[in-house]
Write a protein that binds this ligand. Sequence first.
Ligand code: BGC
Length: 723
Amino acid sequence: MKRQYILLALMWLSAACAPKAPDTEKQIDAILSQLTLEEKIAMTHAQSKFSSPGVPRLGIPDIWCTDGPHGIRAEVLWDKWSQARWTNDSCTAYPALTCLSATWNPELSRLYGESIGEEARYRKKTVLLGPGVNIYRHPLGGRNFEYMGEDPYLSGIMVVPYVQGVQSKGVAACVKHFALNNDEVNRHTVNVNVDDRALYEIYLPAFKAAVTEGGAWSIMGAYNLYKDQHLCHNKTILMDILKGEWGFDGVVISDWGGAHDTDQAIANGLDLEYGTWTDGLTTGPSNVYNRYHLAEPYLERIKSGKFGMEELDDKVRRILRLQFRTNLAEGYGHGRFVCPDHSAAARKIAGEGIVLLKNDGGVLPVRDARKILVVGENAVKMLTVGGGSSSLKAKYEVSPLDALKARFPDAEIVFERGYSSGAARAQDGISAKFDLAETRSAEQMVADAVAAAVDADYIIVFGGLNKNEHQDCEGVDRLEYGLPYGQDALVDALAATGKKLVFVNISGNAVAMPWVGKVPAIVQGWYLGSEAGPALADVLSGDVNPSGKLPFTFPVELSDGPVFMEEQYPGIRREGEDIIDEYYSEGVLVGYRWYDTKGVKPLFAFGHGLSYTTFEYGEAKLKGRKLSVSIKNNGSVPGAEVAQLYISDPEASVERPAKELKGFKKVFLQPGESVTVTFDIPDSALSFFDADAHKWTVEPGEFIAHVGSASDDIRTSVRFNLH
Ligand code: BGC
């Protein structure tokens, strides 16, 4: 008893100083020496869908995880995915991470992290299952909306403040899905074949930044395989790279059901196993959690002498370290849940992430409207529901239709559905609250929309994808690049009216727009969460001047892109096995790196995004490795511009992409105001990963630094030599 109190006192002392206490490791040693083998084993695997046990006799609390990454998921039952039907778990829904990335504003990433961290803390969660930073490799990827786009540099810069923001509230971020989980189809059996150069240059940097700069306290293994080993217990990725090269001292958590092999789980770096198949405590064996790989099978292996205590002590040490950083730490307070500040944060991030793709003739912002015809399901459908584990039970979600009515009280606002996606999608017992029974044919819906346009000044279509299966949804990929539900015919018919037509594309993915030439204004509207409607109305009305830039390319057609062979995606089934091999033979030419290098003109380029004002760039000047360029707002309204620095290495011993993003700055300027933006060009901006030598290399020779408003809108370039 006495020892227990001493231990508790030591823990509290240590916790009071967390997370920086120098003696935390000593406290962990002390705890480890008190734990029985069975207690240690228990700590390494789940006891319910989202929790793993602590050690009550020592005052060590349970760990509670929550999805992530756009809001705090509703409580589910102890051992079921169904919602627990609490009445106090409706969260603030934040914009999806594609939108956050589109702000190109790391300060907003910090704000996002802090706000969602507060919501997680309030709900007493230890680990937030997010953010996700898998690279956008292919526009059909069902989970692209949860990630930060196609560029490793942009994702790396944006993920760090999110992680730090969450963790500043005493909640561990869990960066996912590590690594190479770039599509959903066959996600448990896909074995990724990728060369080391692409691995290090494209697929790892954002994770590395989250770990080494963001200081992430946990990371989630991916479902798929690499080198024939599942990524939740993959020696190369977890032991050699994450814990070896990057010195990660946090916890590797399996994706839910991602562990498949006990010996590998023990030896290859998995620390905490969640979600391995259970069919509920009532119909399965007496306690299915005991049958997890890191449960009885692990215990048996230790008892038989197959494994010693070294791996187990390391896992438990990491788990305890995470607890000293979170639920055993003091000074973080209780957090906040659904409050005006969080709504304001969601609206601000959404407003800055919305991208104005096209605005011919200055159709936007909406001015002097007497009648606005709003068309499309996405003007009224709840888009926080569905899509898989990121689905939310939001406290509220303001629809674009309601927000436009509020913003333009003097205008007549008429709604026409225009197309139908079928039945409303429900998830976790929450319905998308959109159940317009539809008896009309697709043609009739189009005809009705056209008829309603008669005396409208503006037609604003809210279309795109949604969170249904095979749209933007976990577990499955999209089936087609084109817009679903006959939207192309709808847009064509509305364009033929000759009215001022605006298409707002709601999606986390690129889509085909065969009608692009006929529609004067196009807006990328993402999934924006609770404040979706107000944020869209802010931009459409001009209350907010758009400043988002695309974090991924919109190709004209899917076949224009780097991934066009079956072996690249969805892969080839190995004879006589369940494994499906995907070959990332495009190497480092992912996203704009491909389009630029191959000279293929996209529909909308990476980094593209217009404003209601215009920006004039001066000439780039280089002093040593410092580049400076002036930017002037030469329009008549305040606005923000993202100046993007790209580097070209025209003479290299390996094929390098035509150019690569290596810096960006977002500046806010009043009309007529100008500012000088500076960029450092460190060696890391010039180097490539030399796979043979297994290190980053800079070769002497000529380089070009480009600064522009988009990857296809370079305003000034300067050449320099490296001797
Ligand atoms: C998803 C994860 C999620 C987990 C828990 C998995 O299916 O891949 O992203 O965090 O479930 O819901």
